[in-house]
Design a protein around this ligand. Structure first.
Ligand code: SF4
Length: 296
């Protein structure tokens, strides 16, 4: 067993108990550590001319094994080191080159850790022309049905029940979607809901979802709402609720409506617009009307 075996155990000669040997730190071999010129020549042999810089350090790797590091001067390789490992056999004086390689130092400029392409895309990255690969083991989906052998009959029957898709959302998938929707902009905690006079649950434009999600979510079908065609929670709300209203102030100024094709016509709209007869009388006047005086 080598003396520098990590965690090696041997029985004690006197007690019989097992003792754990501490790993021995390799010492710098004088001959291998002094072979800087040999190491430099080996590095220059494989490197581009002029790209081997200063000798940085000699690191003992094991018994009579030393790695010599040289600065790499290649553009784009800041912090990298040409590393040449030299060694010598036991009781031999001759030092030989074991290997030459380019290694990153602590402050080396390195490429980011490689990520498989299918882990790089995020929700929202899929464009109109893109197709995602099928996830065979999607943790959010479960089989929609099981074949019993009579395949045609099974499939038709399941389609009749509104099922029949090969896979459907499982509990985890529904749970994740519900959490995401509820904590998003169309849940209960946002400015538009705080200012709403009533929740979606009492709105005529609220279309409940199917299945268990209908207990909490539906789709907004109000084109005047910023949430039109989106999933909203029962306790979301907006100013376009079907049953809420605003009071028209009693002193709201009347609004003159002018038909451009009939300059003589004028209709006053507002609380102090007066009776139909008065309006008719106004519209019959030949006096030109200005919008500023129309409400009086
Ligand atoms: S109009 Fe407003 S209150 Fe009504 S369902 Fe849509 S978001 Fe909810």
């Amino acid at each position: 067993v080598s003396e520098d075996t990590v965690g090696a155990t041997t029985p004690s000669a006197t007690t019989g108990a097992k003792k754990t040997r501490r790993p021995r730190k390799p010492t710098l071999d004088a001959a291998a550590g002094g072979a800087v010129d040999l190491a430099r020549a080996a590095a220059e042999d494989v490197a581009e001319p002029g790209s081997v810089g200063d000798h940085l350090e000699a690191t003992p790797e094991g018994d009579r094994i030393v790695s010599h590091s040289f600065a790499c001067l290649l553009p784009g390789y800041r912090g990298w080191r040409w590393t040449v490992t030299v060694t010598r056999a036991s009781r031999a004086k001759n030092v030989t080159v074991n290997e030459v390689c380019l290694l990153p130092g602590e402050d080396a400029l390195r490429a980011p850790v490689w990520l498989p392409w299918n882990q790089r895309i995020a929700p929202g990255d899929v464009g109109p022309q893109d197709t995602l690969p099928r996830k065979e083991d999607d943790p959010l989906l479960d089989p929609g049905y099981e074949w019993t052998g009579d395949e045609d009959a099974d499939e038709v029957a399941l389609w009749e029940l509104g099922l029949g898709r090969e896979r459907v959302l499982n509990l985890l998938g529904r749970d994740e979607a519900a959490t995401r929707w509820y904590e998003g902009d169309r849940g209960p905690r946002n400015e538009i809901t705080e200012n709403a006079k009533a929740p979606c649950s009492t709105c005529g434009y609220f279309l409940p979802l199917a299945g268990s999600l209908r207990q909490l979510f539906g789709v907004c079908a109000n084109e005047w709402s910023p949430e039109d065609a989106r999933v909203v929670s029962l306790d979301h709300g907006c100013g376009a609720h079907s049953e809420t209203d605003v009071e028209v102030p009693a002193d709201a100024p009347a609004v003159p409506l002018i038909d451009d094709l009939d300059p003589a016509s004028l209709e006053i709209v507002g609380p102090d617009a007066g009776s139909d007869e008065e309006s008719d009388a106004d519209t019959r006047t030949d006096t030109p009307v200005s919008p500023a005086g129309a409400g009086r």
